[in-house]
Design a protein around this ligand. Sequence first.
Ligand code: 5GP
Length: 126
Amino acid sequence: MAEIDTTYDSENIFAKILRGEIPCNKVYEDDHALAFHDINPQAPVHVLVIPKGSYVSNADFTANAPDAAIVGFMRAVGHVARILDLDAPGYRILANHGVDSGQEVPHYHVHVFGGRSLGPMLKTSD
Ligand code: 5GP
């Protein structure tokens, strides 16, 4: 089994947002998570939820974060969708991990999409 890459670049853009060095359009914040609007939205509602800890990816977060951080983060994702009034119409959550997914920012994050019918889950061809 391959080792999980936990090499964290503390100069990544979300680390800078967490430190307040770069502004964001904040939706929600608690002890475990920060949520803000994506700078390049792919749907009428496109919000990113990031854990406060320094985790590179879904693999790193789920393997190495304390239970309380994982529970707190997942509750925050649900809370953000409710704040955005997405529970009734529906929404999609998505996390990219690694090269095949096209993950751009190496700080774990969950996308929350909504505001319209979101279509098929994946592109069926290139
Ligand atoms: P990924 O491809 O890593 O899953 O998604 C990264 C997301 O971060 C992209 O949707 C991109 O638009 C967003 N993003 C990149 N830089 C910034 C930024 O400086 N501010 C905000 N709010 N979003 C960003």
